[in-house]
Design a protein around this ligand. Structure first.
Ligand SMILES: Nc1ncnc2c1ncn2[C@@H]1O[C@H](COP(=O)(O)OP(=O)(O)OP(=O)(O)O)[C@@H](O)[C@H]1O
Ligand SMILES: [Mg+2]
Length: 270
């Protein structure tokens, strides 16, 4: 099947000359339509940098990103249809939503930015349907983002992304700030939405245990490179790379409640 998202030989350097740091060093990935690719790796491995290139927020200094065969340039230069097609959900829902805005205003803004996605008929009705799709009741529409729980905020962030009918959702640590039980609910919601709306997901997390719950395929990043990639079941049950095994051990230790390992601060073997 042809890839919906095709990241090819991506290179990103932060800083210049002596201070220059190669955060992403030749990453290639694909995401097929309606597929979830999990991108996992320890803190600083370059996952968010890949996401920012896909979102068009930074320009790579090598390689590139294509969506449905079209180059994905800086977000401001993307045709409106491509801007709509690729939407982001970030880690901290409280800082990605203006706390003073009502939920209705958040969604209204998305429709104003992309008038071609705005409902033709009754907007209140469309808003309530959208909220129902992410598991929020209609009364949430008039509440301010700052008054919602973390899980509710993340549902609003997802609704804002869905409001413009994307084809790819890039979720960067989208459940990392949530309690485990809320995490599971949001993961289930994302997976249901993917199926119902025929979305593809690029799901980024430092936690292999979380990625395993949602991904069809997994790519493992370390120090700016993809060190292993394959079907989620294979990567989890028979990891080929030592680094993947270490990530897996860290995830299992967390399940056991072993306190000293957090998955992000652990020292991985060189
Ligand atoms: N704007 C920037 N300027 C300089 N260095 C940066 C910048 N953004 C990220 N980096 C560095 O690039 C590397 C990759 O960062 P990135 O945020 O992509 O990692 P990550 O895998 O998303 O980590 P985390 O799991 O902590 O979110 C890190 O070493 C980081 O310190
Ligand atoms: Mg990150």
């Amino acid at each position: 099947m042809t890839a919906l998202l095709d990241v090819r030989d991506l290179r990103v350097t932060y800083g210049r000359r002596r201070g220059a740091f190669r955060a992403v060093d030749g990453v290639s990935l694909t995401v097929a339509p309606e597929e979830t690719l999990g991108l996992v790796g320890e803190s600083g491995s370059g996952k968010t940098t890949v996401a920012r290139c896909v979102a068009g927020l930074i320009r790579p200094d090598g390689g590139g990103v294509h969506f449905d065969g079209q180059p994905l340039g800086p977000v401001g230069r993307r045709p409106a249809a491509l801007q709509r097609a690729v939407q982001m959900v970030f880690q901290d829902p409280r800082s990605s939503l203006n706390p003073r805005m009502t939920v209705a205003a958040v969604i209204g803004e998305a429709w104003r930015t992309h008038p071609s996605a705005a409902p033709g008929g009754d907007r209140a009705e469309a808003l309530h349907r959208l909220l129902a799709d992410v598991g929020l009741d209609a009364s949430t529409a008039s509440r301010r983002a700052g008054d919602l729980s973390g899980g509710q905020c993340q549902r609003v962030s997802i609704a804002r992304a869905l409001a413009v009918s994307p084809r790819l959702l890039v979720c960067d640590e989208a459940v990392s700030a949530l309690d485990v039980s809320v995490q599971a609910q949001i993961l289930r919601l994302l997976d249901d939405l993917r199926r119902e709306r025929k979305l593809a997901l690029l799901f980024i997390s430092h936690d292999l245990g979380v990625v395993h719950q949602i991904a069809d395929r997994v790519a493992v990043m370390r120090r700016g490179e993809v060190v292993e990639e394959g079907p989620a079941g294979d990567v989890m049950s028979a990891p080929r790379h030592e680094y993947t095994r270490a990530l897996l051990d860290a995830a299992l230790d967390l399940d056991d409640g072993t306190p000293e390992q957090t998955g992000t601060t652990r020292d991985f073997p060189a």
